[in-house]
Every structure is written in C-alpha cells, then in structure tokens.
Design a protein around this ligand. Structure first.
Ligand code: HEC
Ligand code: HEC
Ligand code: HEC
Ligand code: HEC
Ligand code: HEC
Length: 403
C-alpha cells in the first residue's frame, strides 16, 4: 500500500513538472551560477523533451507571451527587445564574423541567433532551415526571453512570489541570481581588461553601483529598472526615469535686497550609478528666466556627459555626476521682474555619441556604401535623433515684492 502511495506521489511530481527534484539539489552560489549561465555563446538548446508541446518547446518571445502576457507586452516595449536595431545592423553588414560575434555576446547571445545571422550573412554554408522551435527571425528579435531564462529547454527564474499552482515546460529552477546586480553586470560592465578611456572602463555601471548607498541598502539594479519585476528596463531614453534621477533646487542671487540672478543645484539622488553611466548620452542644462509675456532669457548653460573624440582614443571632458554629487549653475540678469520665473530646462540626447559617429561615417563613405548599408545607416541616424527630448526639471516663481 505504502509503495503504491509513493509511486503515485512520484508520478504526480513528474506530471506536475518535477521541479521538486531540482529544488533538492545543493544551492549554487550566485557567481558560479552566473558564470555558467552567461557562458558565451549560450549553448544550443538542443532537442526539446518529448513531452513538451510545440508551444512549450518554442523559444519565440511571442510564444512565451501566450502564457506570460504581461512580461511579453513589457519586454516588447523595452530596449532589450530592440538590441538588434538599425544602429547595430548596419555595422554587422560591414563587420567580419569575429567582430560580429563579439557584438552578439550582449546584443543577441544565443547560439541559434549566431547561426541564423551567419546563414543570413553567408558566413555559414549551412542552408538547412532551423527546427520548428526556433523562429527563423530569432536573431532580429534582440535580447529575447530565452537568452535570460532558458538553458537546454529548462526555465530558470527568480524565487516565485506566490505559491505555484500551475505548471508548464517541466516547471522551472529558482535562483537568487535573478534578483542580483551581477546578473546585469554580464552586459553592463566590462571586465577589468576591457576597453578604457583615460584609464576609466568604458562600461563600468556595476562598479559605480557598488560604490553607492543603494548597494549598501541591498537595492540592486532590478529594484529601479524592474520594479515589481516589470520587464520595462526604463533608462535614460525615458523622460520620467531621467527626471527621477535628479533633485533640483533653485535659489536667488540677491544684492541690496534685489534679486539679480539665480542658482540651480542639481543633485544625482535617483540613479544608482553615475548620471549618465555611459559616454553615449549628452545632457544639457539651461538655466532660464521667463518673463510675464513668456519670453525666455538664458542665464547659464552646462553639459553633463563623458565626451570623447569619435575614435574614442581621447577624452575631451568628463562631467558625469556620481551618485549623491551636485552640480550648480548660476546666472545673473538685469531687470528680472515679477510675475516671472526661473526654470531649469534639460535637453537629453540619449545616443549622442552614436549619432556623431554615424553621421561622420556617412559623410565620408556615402558614395562607397552598398544600398542595404546606406539604408540601415540612415535609419540608425534617424533613430538616434528620434530619441532626443527635453523637459522642465524645476521652475520657481520670483517672490513677491517685500513691503
Ligand atoms: C503553456 C504556457 C507557458 C509557456 C508557453 C511558457 N510558460 Fe513559463 N511558465 C508557465 C507556468 C504555468 C509557470 C509556473 C507558474 C508561474 O510562474 O506563472 C511558468 C513559469 C516560468 C518562469 C518562472 C517564474 C518564476 O517565478 O521564477 C519563467 C522564468 C518562465 N516561465 C519563462 C518562460 C519563457 C522564457 C518562456 C518561453 C521561452 C515560457 N516561460 C513559456 C507557463 C508557460
Ligand atoms: C559588453 C556588452 C556589449 C558588447 C560586447 C557590445 N555592446 Fe553595444 N550596447 C551595450 C549596451 C549595454 C548598450 C546600451 C548603452 C546605453 O544604453 O547607453 C549598447 C548599445 C549599443 C548601440 C546603441 C543602441 C542601438 O541599438 O542603436 C549600438 C549601435 C551598439 N551597442 C553597437 C554595438 C556593436 C557594433 C558592438 C560590437 C562591435 C557592440 N555594440 C558590442 C552592450 C554591449
Ligand atoms: C535581460 C534579461 C531578461 C529578459 C530578456 C527577460 N527576463 Fe524575465 N526576468 C528577468 C529577471 C532578472 C527577473 C527577476 C526580477 C526580480 O527578481 O526582480 C525576471 C522575472 C521573470 C518572471 C517572474 C515574474 C514574477 O512576477 O515573478 C517571468 C515569468 C519572466 N521573467 C518571464 C519572461 C518572459 C516571458 C520574457 C520575454 C517576453 C522575459 N522574461 C524576458 C530577466 C529577463
Ligand atoms: C536607485 C535606482 C537605480 C539603480 C539601483 C540602478 N539604476 Fe540604472 N538608472 C537609474 C535612473 C534614474 C536612470 C536614468 C538616468 C541615468 O541615465 O543615469 C538610469 C539609467 C541607466 C541606464 C541608461 C544608460 C545611461 O547612460 O545612463 C542603464 C544602462 C542602467 N541604468 C543600468 C543599470 C544597471 C546595470 C544597474 C545595476 C548595476 C543600475 N542601472 C542600477 C536608476 C537606477
Ligand atoms: C545579454 C546582455 C544584457 C543583459 C544580461 C542585460 N542587459 Fe540591459 N541592455 C543590453 C543592451 C545591448 C542594451 C541596449 C539596448 C539598445 O539601446 O538597443 C541594454 C539596455 C538596457 C537599458 C536601457 C538603457 C537606456 O539607455 O535607456 C536598461 C535600463 C538596462 N539595459 C538594464 C538592465 C538590467 C537592470 C539588467 C539586469 C536585470 C540588464 N539590463 C541585463 C544588454 C543586456
């Protein structure tokens, strides 16, 4: 009798997916897990288990989305679904296989994606169509769900938030690494021997984060970029996210009781790393006086960016704001009268360095470019421009006349 109960329990466990067995294994430390998880290229998934339905076997994001609708909608609107846009595609058109492969490590890291790109570019003579569980455009879909979550058809994810009642794809393996900044560091942090400019690693977000109070408080990248596990990854391309990085305080410059100008103190209180973290974006601050008629007079201007020449061999300046740091800008203006106000207007070009590089490449190579490259390059330039925006970060009315 006992034997029978044991067999049925085992059978149920297997039917339900069998993740109990996986949970039984000794816990793997985060670093060890990630070393394995982010081996590049991510090994081919191989044949799916025979008991998987076609839907469970598929690595197409849209198929994951038929059960995980929320994550799919959010991911689709995020930059992670756009890591194979025209900005990289035009470069892959002129790259050799080795360079292309070095880019795919972060932009499309699955073996299947590399194989499809190789077929498309003619680097591989293999003409066989991919098996059904691999959509033929997987290499164009960017950082897909499976790149972060699926290894050899097994799902890996964070600790479940609510007890799991349903099962699919043979269950899943939980690991703390998904809630850890080191998970993101794989692509958002260069190794110590990575490319540098003026001694500073060109991608250093994880190290910057480590030096902030957020790291001390255990607030990982996910707490700001995936709140409630949302798959949006909003960053400097998003005006509200950028605004949330800064606290602005406007104060008056006074002489003999009269207001003769203003100061804006801009502090990075909300980014868990330098503002901005990379050398790509450019942020321009404008301190302005607006009179009753709405006419604007500029009082001061400042640039927050890490600027290099186009070859990235020489640093021009580095005015990024480390977490907790303040930049002040002040300006004077005669005849500031109320009702009027002082405001800080912020212009953001999230892809400025790329835009300048692309435009310069186009200017010197226009005649020799193949139509397909020219077309992608022009799309890429248009895309960098379309990301630019501005917003009013703070505005303060001139105080009433004291009487
Ligand atoms: C047939 C429906 C179905 C399909 C298709 C599907 N899943 Fe799932 N998935 C589930 C169910 C059910 C669970 C367990 C309960 C839950 O977490 O919703 C689950 C759990 C997960 C988890 C674990 C969540 C956690 O809390 O850690 C991850 C990660 C995951 N799936 C990723 C994927 C990915 C990536 C794909 C596509 C490659 C995919 N799933 C396709 C139904 C599906
Ligand atoms: C270590 C990971 C990593 C590698 C390797 C890498 N990138 Fe990126 N790439 C990134 C990250 C992270 C961003 C986002 C930067 C940002 O948001 O400012 C990015 C952004 C870009 C963008 C701008 C966004 C877009 O889609 O237009 C382009 C273009 C680009 N990379 C091209 C390349 C090329 C070409 C290579 C290979 C020579 C490459 N990258 C290698 C991580 C990487
Ligand atoms: C860049 C890597 C990355 C990509 C791409 C990605 N995820 Fe996730 N996903 C994560 C991380 C990290 C977490 C855990 C976040 C946390 O714990 O705060 C997570 C959590 C989840 C969970 C658990 C959600 C919950 O509320 O408990 C599911 C399910 C999931 N992802 C499915 C998907 C699906 C489906 C896609 C594609 C549409 C996808 N993920 C794309 C990294 C990724
Ligand atoms: C306390 C919240 C917070 C934490 C923690 C945090 N970020 Fe950010 N992050 C922001 C805000 C706000 C922005 C928008 C302003 C900016 O670009 O700095 C941003 C921007 C970014 C960008 C856009 C590119 C750029 O040049 O700024 C990337 C990429 C990024 N974060 C990655 C990460 C990674 C990876 C981690 C963990 C190592 C992390 N962030 C930790 C809040 C945070
Ligand atoms: C496999 C590589 C990879 C991993 C892992 C990864 N990212 Fe990214 N991430 C990228 C690339 C490439 C881009 C650039 C997308 C673009 O602009 O085309 C990017 C873009 C972003 C952006 C948008 C920045 C902006 O300019 O607005 C944020 C925020 C971000 N990632 C945060 C994270 C966080 C948080 C994690 C960990 C949960 C993570 N990423 C894991 C490769 C990765």
């Amino acid at each position: 009798m006992l034997k029978g109960v044991g067999f049925i329990a085992l059978l149920l466990a297997v039917l339900a997916g069998g993740w109990w067995f996986m949970a039984e294994q000794a816990p793997v430390a985060v670093d060890d897990f990630l070393e394995q998880h982010w081996a590049y290229p991510i090994p081919a998934q191989g044949q799916p288990p025979a008991e998987f339905s076609a839907l469970e076997a598929s690595v197409a994001p849209a198929d994951c989305g038929s059960c995980h609708a929320e994550q799919f909608q959010q991911w689709r609107g995020s930059l992670h679904s756009h890591t194979m846009g025209p900005g990289i595609l035009w470069q892959l058109q002129i790259a050799d296989p080795k360079t292309a492969q070095s880019c795919l490590r972060c932009h499309a890291p699955m073996t299947e994606q590399l194989a499809l790109l190789s077929q498309q570019r003619g680097w591989s003579k293999l003409t066989m169509p991919p098996p059904e569980y691999i959509p033929p455009d997987l290499h164009q879909q960017g950082l897909v769900c499976a790149a972060c979550h699926v290894r050899a058809h097994t799902r890996f994810g964070p600790k479940a938030r609510v007890p799991v009642t349903e099962s699919a794809h043979g269950g899943f393996v939980e690991h703390d690494a998904f809630a850890d900044s080191r998970f993101c560091a794989n692509c958002h942090q260069f190794a110590e021997d990575g490319p540098r400019l003026n001694g500073k690693l060109r991608e250093d977000t994880y190290s910057q984060w480590r030096a902030t109070r957020f790291a001390d408080e255990g607030r990982h990248c996910q707490s700001c970029h995936m709140p409630e596990r949302k798959h949006q990854w909003r960053g400097i391309h998003d005006p509200a996210m950028t605004a949330s990085a800064l606290t602005v305080e406007i104060t008056w410059l006074q002489e003999e009781g009269n207001i003769v100008g203003a100061t804006a103190a801009v502090t990075n209180t909300g980014a868990g790393h330098d503002f901005p973290t990379y050398m790509v974006p450019e942020v321009v601050l404008h301190l302005e006086y607006v009179n009753a008629a709405g006419e604007v007079t500029g009082l001061a201007r400042d640039v927050i960016a890490w600027k290099a020449n186009l070859a990235l061999t020489e640093e021009l300046f580095d005015t990024r704001l480390a977490a907790g740091r303040t930049r002040t800008l002040s300006g004077r203006h005669d005849g500031m009268v109320q009702p009027g106000s002082i405001r800080l207007r912020i212009q953001v070009a999230p892809r400025q360095q790329y835009r300048l590089t692309f435009e310069s490449y186009l200017a010197s190579n226009r005649r020799s470019l193949k139509p397909v490259v020219l077309d992608l390059l022009q799309q890429a330039i248009a895309e960098t421009r379309a990301t630019e925006y501005e917003f009013i970060a703070a505005e303060r009315a001139l105080p009433g006349v004291a009487n």
